[in-house]
Design a protein around this ligand. Structure first.
Ligand SMILES: Cc1cc2nc3c(=O)[nH]c(=O)nc-3n(C[C@H](O)[C@H](O)[C@H](O)COP(=O)(O)OP(=O)(O)OC[C@H]3O[C@@H](n4cnc5c(N)ncnc54)[C@H](O)[C@@H]3O)c2cc1C
Length: 493
């Protein structure tokens, strides 16, 4: 079957973002004719796939880069913002379970304590101070702190092996943390969408170009990679959820809002162990401080993963460099993305980020034994034969025009929408899949604001009951929604 010539909505990419947006739109208006194009043979195979990301349900419990120290004070505002976004996702997933849209939450989300672990007196002092600030917030009031070795042995036995009694160590622990298999969740959402009459999903279909029709709509040039068939499909609204490849597609649309953006790909690698003896002694996601020059997404962590019901340990990520924008992409992605409108931004960002370039070169050149020596900061007696190197997904960090520096490297996520609100794209990859519900609501606010505030409002509040409230100001509501999602998502804390 070939796609129809015209749809109301076209989504490009079969990752967690398109899956979330299509599910929301279908819930709001089941009559909307929606089409989703995915260039690979199945959905959820790029960044959203379980081993291509770390599966951390980012709630700012353990990521120290969300709580910088400024003038001797710990700023927790970003941490609260991230925590609130994850509560959006949990509410949305709870709604989907409640409505039987998806089933068996344990197949995609599991409780897993989130910990920050630090070494040395300076960082121990920082962590204590951070803990004192954080427990004042209703999002983090259940956070525990300890610098007592006996307690730390109980929390992370694998990491406490062979430590000296004099070692200055400390950790915080949040039992509310989660491990999420975003690939499985993507598959579940697509399985539901494909059962509906008004949503069509085409795999092996690559969108090559996006052009305005001249009467307010968009033409997508589609290439059927299996049957070598080309066709044009028209849509009233387009969402570019193509992950790392979103930027070239956005540029192809010619909208002025895309001008000046560039992309900087950073690949990742993990050390992975499935040794049951090690897994038995580590039941947490443990984040620490970044090394000098490292970008925020390369902060090392040692994680329990639960994928297809099987536990494993993951350490990393080690950053790498590749000119591909997708793991399954082309080495020409980066060179082809350079044009006269973004070359100044790209050069400026590179020039002002020399420590990052040095860091990436060092990371790429590392041998397995050098990677093992980083792991031994976490597990003193780690053995090389227990750990195998796996390739993670590609992230494309955004480069934005900057008046002073030419271009600036950004580590967040950005929703780009044209002035007519009929084409939208998500750029950047952090905090990522955890905030998919929040990010897609932002797309809806910008592009379907009127309908969201009026005819869709009741449904929206059913999906995300705390929508419109600044959660940090409602401690009782935080407790209530957490209890609700604990029950629906079968979490254990
Ligand atoms: C190393 C690493 C670790 C991460 N860790 C975490 C984490 O712990 N927690 C977290 O929340 N997030 C994490 N992330 C981020 C998270 O994985 C992403 O934010 C999220 O998966 C992005 O989803 P997406 O749907 O935008 O993109 P993707 O899942 O990449 O999906 C995009 C899809 O578009 C398709 N596509 C591309 N171009 C075209 C085209 N022209 N036509 C048709 N289809 C196309 C691709 O094949 C792909 O299937 C991590 C990412 C990486 C790389």
């Amino acid at each position: 079957m070939n796609p129809k010539p015209k749809y109301d909505i076209a989504l490009i990419g079969g990752g967690i973002m398109s899956a979330t947006l299509a599910t929301m739109l279908h819930e709001f208006d089941p009559n909307l004719e929606i089409v989703i194009f995915e260039r690979l043979g199945a959905v959820g195979r790029e960044s959203s796939s379980a081993w291509n990301n770390a599966g951390t349900g980012h709630s700012a419990f353990c990521e120290l880069n969300y709580t910088p120290e400024k003038d001797g004070k710990i700023d927790i505002s970003k941490a609260e913002y991230i925590a609130e976004q994850f509560e959006f996702s949990k509410q949305f997933w709870s709604y989907l379970i409640h409505k039987n849209i998806i089933e068996n939450p344990k197949e995609f989300i599991n409780s897993c304590p989130h910990m920050s672990f630090v070494f040395g007196q300076k960082d121990v002092d920082y962590l204590r101070k951070r803990h004192e600030s954080m427990i004042k917030s209703p999002f983090f009031e259940r956070m525990e702190f300890s610098d007592n070795h006996d307690i730390l042995k109980d929390w992370v036995p694998l990491m406490m092996n062979k430590r000296m009694a004099t070692d200055k160590l400390a950790a915080t622990k949040m039992n509310l943390g989660t491990d999420v298999d975003f690939g499985k969740l993507t598959e579940k959402l697509f399985a539901h969408l494909e059962k509906t009459e008004s949503v069509e999903v085409f795999t092996y279909h690559e969108v090559k170009d996006i052009d305005p029709t001249g009467d307010g709509n968009w033409n997508l040039q589609i290439n059927d990679r299996k049957n070598l068939h080309k066709q044009t499909v028209e849509a009233d609204f387009v969402f570019i959820g193509a992950g790392g490849y979103a930027l070239p597609l956005l540029e192809s649309s010619g909208i002025e809002e895309s001008e000046g953006y560039g992309g900087f790909p950073v690949s990742g690698q993990w050390l992975v162990s499935d040794n049951p003896e090690l897994i038995e002694k580590h039941h947490a996601k443990v984040y620490t401080q970044a090394t000098v020059g490292a970008p925020p997404m390369s902060i090392p962590h040692l994680d329990l993963r639960i994928i297809n019901g099987k536990k494993a340990l993951l350490f990393g990520p080690f950053a790498g460099f590749s000119t591909k924008f997708l793991k399954e992409g082309s080495y020409l992605d980066l060179p082809e993305s350079v044009n006269f409108k973004n070359i100044r931004s790209l050069f400026g960002a590179w020039w002002h980020n020399m420590p990052l370039t040095r860091y990436l070169i060092q990371q790429v050149a590392m041998t397995k034994s050098q990677r093992m020596s980083h792991l031994r900061d976490f597990i003193k007696d780690a053995k090389e034969e227990d750990w195998e190197l796996k390739i993670a997904g590609q992230r494309v960090q955004i480069i934005k025009k900057d008046r002073f520096e030419g271009g600036r490297l950004e580590f967040g996520t950005e929703v780009v929408v044209n002035k007519d609100g009929n084409i939208a794209s998500l750029l950047g990859a952090s905090p990522g899949a955890s905030t998919s519900a929040f990010a897609m609501i932002m797309v809806l606010e910008k592009c379907f604001g009127n309908r969201l505030e009026n005819e869709w409002k009741e449904k929206l509040l059913e999906m995300i009951p705390t929508y419109g409230k600044k959660l940090a100001e409602y401690p009782e509501l935080i407790k209530k929604v957490r209890e609700y999602s604990k029950e629906k998502l079968e979490l254990e804390y």
